[in-house]
Design a protein around this ligand. Structure first.
Ligand code: SAM
Ligand code: SF4
Length: 428
């Protein structure tokens, strides 16, 4: 979501004459968009500002803006701790960024804008074209969360749940397709809780599917409780929804899920998995896991390993619990660091082993790849499989933006390597 937000912030600031630069030293406005989901983000911000300070020691300093969830959580404290920062702006207030920049230039005042103003934000953004021209582009449909899992900072930094209107989203999808976008990844902290005038995520997917130029549709991140029948049913109707379901489970133990306030059971999760597998055997799951949540005992941890063995997740994320300020779990007793690390290593080994096997099983097979770009290496192209796995292959320029058949020759944990069938035929 930060990638989507950063692009939209750029779309806004373009209106007052800013362009992007890769060269830090020539910048006159430096914006850092931050994430607060796990620890260390705050320290990283100050470290980064230190780096900028050094570069500008003998030059006029740029305007320094901190955006995103660290800005929301820390607000004016950031300016007090680091007076080099000029503007702090939260994720639901960034539509006001041009006014804040102008105000700062006019009055040389430090500014803190961290109101939750989601509706006005999207009203404003609807009037500004999304300039993304990437083959695969994000589209935010929903923001915020009302679920309050005990470990999570999102309800405090992104605010309450808000779904954008159906029409706004379809208009943005059409405009992205006119820019040349071929894959849309619908985004939300609780993307499958999307509900606007009774339009659900399933309706959005089926409507976006009608846009001819859009070839693939994905969505992230969903909550197990919101995997409703209509959404499950989309997998039996839709031709463009990809067969990878990213559905964070967090733990394989009902006791821990209860302590986390997740409000779902492991058996509900498995039921959803089985229903989807019944519809299409080639559907695969990926997930998020929090390891060593306060109170996690060996038997709970073992239940997580069992679930992983059972479902054989691909491309999952796993993290040791990180206490977030202001959340219910922040004051709980942490599990010993060594035990936590050992558990994380075990989980990751199991997840990665399966990922390696899955990739290996594709060697010598032909798979469909949406080609995103040419790499720096000559004639090597980058794309993604239906399961989001990176594919590097020998291809040609005309294939960018198309779904092509690639013969996989080699693989490692994260990447498949191969050759486009078209190229193969041409050489032959
Ligand atoms: N809404 C999604 C859900 O309900 O599963 C998750 C979105 S959350 C922004 C992304 C992931 O960050 C979570 O699935 C969780 O695994 C991880 N996460 C969130 N808070 C965490 C914490 N305090 N410590 C470790 N990981 C955390
Ligand atoms: Fe955070 Fe997801 Fe729980 Fe909401 S549902 S509090 S975003 S983990």
């Amino acid at each position: 979501m930060n990638e989507y937000d950063s692009n939209r912030i750029f779309d806004i600031t373009k209106k007052i004459g800013f362009t992007k630069t890769e060269n830090l030293e020539e910048t006159n406005c430096y914006l850092l968009n931050t994430c607060h989901i796990r620890d260390k983000a705050k320290e990283k911000v100050y470290h980064e500002i230190g780096r900028v300070k050094k570069k500008f020691k003998f030059k006029k300093k740029p305007i320094i803006i901190i955006a995103g969830c660290v800005a929301q959580a820390e607000n004016e404290e950031m300016i007090k701790r680091e007076p080099y920062i000029d503007i702090v702006i939260g994720p639901q207030a960034y539509h006001k960024i041009n006014d804040k920049i102008k105000e700062h230039i006019d009055n040389q005042e430090k500014l803190d804008e961290t109101e939750f103003d989601t509706i006005s934000k999207f009203d404003y953004l609807n009037k500004i074209q999304n300039s993304s021209k990437k083959v695969s582009s994000f589209l935010t449909i929903q923001e915020g969360c009302d679920k309050f899992c005990h470990f999570c900072v999102v309800p405090y930094t992104r605010g309450p749940e808000h779904s954008r209107s159906f029409k706004e989203i379809i208009d943005e999808a059409k405009s992205l397709s006119e820019n040349g976008v071929k894959e849309i990844i619908l985004l939300g902290q609780n993307v499958n809780a999307y509900n606007s005038n009774d339009y659900r995520l399933s309706d959005l997917i089926l409507e976006i599917e009608k846009i001819r130029e859009i070839k693939r549709i994905r969505y992230t991140t969903s909550h197990p409780r919101d995997m409703t029948e209509d959404l499950i049913n989309v997998y039996s109707i839709s031709k463009k929804i990809m067969p990878l379901v990213h559905l964070p489970v967090q733990s394989g133990s009902d006791r821990i899920l209860k302590l986390m306030n997740r409000k779902h059971l492991v058996r509900d999760y498995i039921k959803t998995y089985e229903k989807l597998k019944m519809i299409n055997q080639s559907i695969e799951f990926s997930s998020d896991f929090i390891i060593a949540y306060p109170g996690e005992e060996e038997k709970d941890f073992k239940a997580t390993l069992d679930l992983i063995k059972n479902i054989k997740f691909i491309n999952s994320f796993s993290f040791i619990f990180s206490p977030r300020p202001g959340t219910v779990a922040s004051g709980l007793n942490l599990i010993d660091k060594k035990i936590s690390l050992r558990r994380l290593e075990k989980v990751q080994k199991q997840l990665f082993d399966h990922q390696i096997l899955m990739n290996k099983s594709l060697e010598n097979k032909e798979i469909e790849v949406l080609v995103e770009n040419k790499t720096k290496e000559s004639n090597k192209f980058f794309g993604r499989s239906e399961y989001m796995t990176s594919v590097i292959f020998d291809g040609n320029d005309e294939e960018v933006g198309n779904v092509v058949k690639v013969k996989i020759k080699n693989s490692n944990q994260n990447t498949l390597f191969g050759e486009s069938l078209k190229l193969k035929r041409r050489v032959a």
